[in-house]
Design a protein around this ligand. Structure first.
Ligand code: PLP
Length: 280
């Protein structure tokens, strides 16, 4: 198995991270998860653009250009013989004596791995249970940072309530999932939170919205409330690893049962066709 360390595709025993790496001390870094279908990456460009945007927002310098990173990640995936799975890449601000103040535009430290990972089959048909709780994260959820405690604490809570995902609200306004974007359908309209600092603009979210619009569905990028969620006709989450997965039961701050709806199924179908076309 190979991993990525800066410019090199190497093996894991060659990766030694300093105890004063800012990723380790402060969670000071960013990441991306890129899907691999049928040995091909999908939406690599979009993921690397977001990676670059996160880097810019945190003022971390990439050690090389996007094209080089793309080639290294492709090489990593190929050398590891990934058929269906993910490529993970992260960049921290690198090593400096522990202090809050960061040096602007220090060159980042990049690591990455790839692994085989089945995409969900059963959950996409039957749906998942979601635990709805307060969004305890910070106010820059638009940055795909490795500092994920708000997300991991919600995921823990969700699992403790036998749910597969935690979905979050700020004062009754739904934001997103702990590692996914959240959608509802009401009277044939598809609702999801607009792109602001309060959510991560998921690549899957963007693909699904584009496919929905192209196929005549009406999309409303407006925040919806807990109350609207409990009255929804359909609900689903999107993410690179979960694709389009229905939410069929909500517990926690509200409780409701939601059927797997026809628009959700149609979007799953459109997404599957999109994947097939892009990874032939
Ligand atoms: N929102 C959060 C908080 C996430 O962590 C993720 C993915 O990990 C997403 C949304 C979905 O993003 P994407 O579709 O790009 O995987």
């Amino acid at each position: 198995t190979y991993v990525l360390l800066n410019h090199d595709i190497t093996t894991r025993e060659n990766v030694k991270i300093d105890m004063e790496d800012r990723g380790y001390n402060f969670g000071d870094g960013i990441y991306e998860v890129i899907p691999v279908y049928n040995t091909k990456t999908m939406a690599m460009e979009e993921h690397l653009n977001r990676f670059e945007e996160s880097a810019l927002k945190l003022e971390i310098q990439l050690p090389y250009d996007k094209e080089t990173l793309k080639q290294l990640l492709e090489e990593l995936k190929t050398k590891n013989n990934i058929t269906n799975g993910i490529i993970y890449v992260q960049m921290t601000r690198g090593v400096s004596p522990r202090a809050h103040l960061y040096e602007r535009n220090a060159v980042g430290l990049i690591t990455g791995f790839s692994r085989e990972m089945p995409f969900p089959v059963e959950q996409k048909q039957t749906g998942i249970r979601a635990y709805v709780t307060e969004d305890i994260r910070w106010l820059r959820c638009d940055i795909k940072t490795i500092n994920l405690l708000g997300n991991t604490m919600v995921k823990r809570k969700a699992t403790d309530h036998t749910c597969q995902e935690g979905i979050m609200h700020r004062n009754g306004t739904m934001t997103e999932g702990s590692s996914s974007n959240l959608f509802i359908v009401k009277d044939k309209l598809i609702y999801t939170h607009p792109v602001t600092n309060l959510i991560l603009n998921g690549i899957t979210r963007q693909i699904v919205l584009k496919l929905a619009k192209e196929n005549g569905y009406k999309v409303v990028e407006e925040a919806f409330t807990l109350q609207q969620l409990s009255n929804a006709d359909e609900a689903f989450i999107t993410s690179t690893t979960q694709e389009v997965t229905p939410v069929t039961k909500v517990v926690g701050d509200i409780e409701t049962d939601i059927p797997v709806g026809s628009i959700t199924k149609a979007l799953q179908q459109l997404f599957a066709e999109h994947v097939k076309n892009k990874t032939k």
